[in-house]
Design a protein around this ligand. Structure first.
Ligand SMILES: [Zn+2]
Ligand SMILES: [Zn+2]
Length: 146
């Protein structure tokens, strides 16, 4: 099933009116792992969808996040990013390129210390430098022999 068909199905299932911008934006978020901001979503879709406006990207992401069909994650600098994967997972935030990456993480692991507890809400975000940025900065600072 393609991402737009999947988006349509999930919107219907959640009882949310199916509109072209919703299918477009939700479908895009289901098909990417880049955790884009509204501006990035808009920039990726505007060339093939000239009628789309940045304002409608803001409206649609708000609506989808409210319905818990997508997740909103806030970067340390306050920028809001969106994730089409709503199943629990952790994030790694790169302080250099300011992108979010998925890391695997199981809430079950947290319950070793508190057996029987029930987790309702949990967010795991690691911060640092992604492999690409870490390599670029050490390459610039450290002169390697050989
Ligand atoms: Zn990076
Ligand atoms: Zn994610």
């Amino acid at each position: 099933m393609n991402a737009e068909a999947e988006a349509t199905r999930l919107l219907r299932e959640a009882d949310i009116r199916v509109t072209v911008p919703r299918i477009l934006i939700f479908g895009y978020l289901l098909s990417t792992k880049t955790h884009p901001t509204c501006e990035q979503i808009y920039n990726s879709l505007k060339d093939t969808n000239p009628s789309l406006s940045l304002a409608s990207v803001y409206n649609v992401t708000d609506k989808l996040a409210e319905a818990k069909l997508i997740k909103q994650i806030t970067a340390p600098d306050g920028t809001r990013h969106y994730d089409g994967v709503t199943k629990f997972h952790g994030h790694f935030y790169c302080l250099d390129c300011r992108n979010f990456f998925d890391i695997s993480c199981k809430t079950a692991d947290f319950l070793d210390e508190l057996p029987g507890a029930e987790i309702l809400n949990c967010e795991v975000t690691a911060r640092g430098y992604c492999p690409k940025c870490a390599a670029a900065s050490s390459g610039g600072k450290i002169r390697r022999n050989k």
